[in-house]
Design a protein around this ligand. Structure first.
Ligand SMILES: NC(=O)c1ccc[n+]([C@@H]2O[C@H](COP(=O)([O-])OP(=O)(O)OC[C@H]3O[C@@H](n4cnc5c(N)ncnc54)[C@H](O)[C@@H]3O)[C@@H](O)[C@H]2O)c1
Length: 386
């Protein structure tokens, strides 16, 4: 399987060589906003000039030399902001993205793009109407192992993909205080907050047409927990005899985190816990890194082994530096967005991130799944998208 290795060793997308400066406004400068800001800060020609965060602007002011603004409106209107990075809590993405687009500024929005298909569409449409770039912050697409799997599908090595299985489960202990990430009205709940796998599965198989979800909050009721569901069991149908199942939740004492892709000629296991990627063609097996280096993969494995996540959520604050592997994919993601703003050609592999497809598919399917759970029935995604 030398041909597979040759493809997998292709260099990941690096910083654009162009030098035109792009000045960024950062909306939300908590744990992840600061990580995105640091990722940008390492790129040639990128500068964070403005920050809006109602509580935590100080770190971005100190670390990036940004000027704090009093509102999102003011940030978007600032003449020294060329593009806007939205990393506020999930419920607040829509307002910032729409204001940025209306001010004629390209937008990068963190996941989940929005808490409803209507909000997601409003964001994507606002950017399209203003003729500015909108990029969905679906960072899992920048993992080398995910990129390898997509190449093996695109060049026919895996054959027709019949089935994907994604599992992202763990156990949540009682919390001393309840983060917005655990409150359905603020985060969207477990499925929306951890939308990565739902996005990547649809990147691979196309938007789902018919979906079901069962589950609920089975083991985390009371004042020490939020109000989200902790067990979500999903089926997706794509037509043409192709299917996916996903399991999400924080009610699983045996934690799992993987994406298995089953094609007619081969299969790929992307293991995000015992970190690595295994490609199987016939009876031949080949191992690859999931991230950029063995060190990044090893650190990810260690994080899971030591249970540094709680119910698969990482909490942090503006000074928390994410693990190496996450820093790595954020760098790749920011380099791609920044490159586009500096005039780089879009890569076909990532087109769905910038043409609204990935954002819409992820949120439409999440909405359809929520409806399925609420009404205890199979739902056509077209019921959501019209
Ligand atoms: N892609 C990933 O792997 C990943 C990882 C972590 C977080 N995220 C996403 O990044 C976003 C931020 O998450 P986080 O972990 O940094 O959370 P966080 O709680 O650490 O930070 C959120 C920040 O937003 C600020 N804020 C509150 N209301 C705001 C508003 N209306 N406008 C602007 N800022 C506001 C808060 O003061 C806080 O500093 C979320 O959308 C989350 O889903 C993505």
């Amino acid at each position: 399987m030398d041909d597979i290795r040759a493809q997998s060793d292709r260099p990941a997308s690096g910083p654009a060589s162009r030098t035109a400066e792009v000045r960024y406004g950062l909306v939300g400068a908590g744990y992840f906003g600061m990580a995105l800001g640091r990722g940008l800060g390492r790129l040639e020609g990128a500068r964070i000039t403005r920050v809006y965060d109602p509580e935590h602007a100080a770190a971005a002011v100190e670390e990036f030399g940004a000027v704090a603004t009093a509102s999102v409106d003011e940030l978007c209107a600032s003449p020294d902001v060329d593009a806007v990075i939205v990393a506020s809590p999930n419920w607040a993405h829509r307002e910032a993205a729409v204001l940025a687009a209306q001010a004629g500024k390209p937008v990068f929005s963190e996941k989940p793009i929005a808490l409803s298909y209507a909000d997601c569409s409003a964001m994507v449409d606002a950017a399209a109407e203003a003729g500015v770039l909108f990029m969905a912050g679906h960072v899992m697409n920048f993992m080398n192992g995910v990129r390898l799997a997509k190449r093996l599908i695109a060049d026919g090595t895996l054959g027709k993909v019949l089935y994907c299985r994604a599992v992202r489960t763990g156990w949540e202990d009682p919390q001393p205080s309840i983060s917005w990430k655990k409150q359905r009205a603020l985060s969207g709940g477990h499925l929306y907050h951890h939308i990565h796998e739902l996005d990547v599965v649809q990147f691979i198989m196309g938007p789902a047409t018919t979906v079901t979800m069962v589950g609920g909050n089975v083991a985390h009721r009371g004042t020490q927990f939020g109000d989200e569901d902790d067990m979500l069991l999903i089926t997706l149908e794509f037509g043409d005899d192709t299917f996916a199942t996903l399991e999400y939740g924080s009610a699983f004492r045996w934690p799992e985190h993987h994406l298995l892709i089953q094609g007619t000629r081969g299969a790929v296991m992307i293991d995000m816990q015992q970190t690595g990627v295994t490609v199987r063609i016939g009876d031949r097996m080949e191992k690859h890194l999931l991230h950029r280096t063995a060190e990044e993969d090893a650190q990810r494995t260690a994080t899971y082994a030591h249970s540094e996540t709680s119910g698969a959520i990482s909490y942090g604050n503006p000074t928390t530096v994410p693990p190496l592997w996450l820093t790595g994919i954020v760098e790749e993601e920011m380099a791609y967005f920044h490159g586009l703003l500096q005039g780089a050609e879009p890569e076909p592999e990532f087109a769905a991130l910038t043409d609204g497809t990935a954002a819409r598919a992820a949120i439409a399917t999440a909405d359809a799944l929520s409806l399925s759970l609420a009404e205890n029935r199979k739902v056509e995604v077209a019921e959501i998208t019209g």
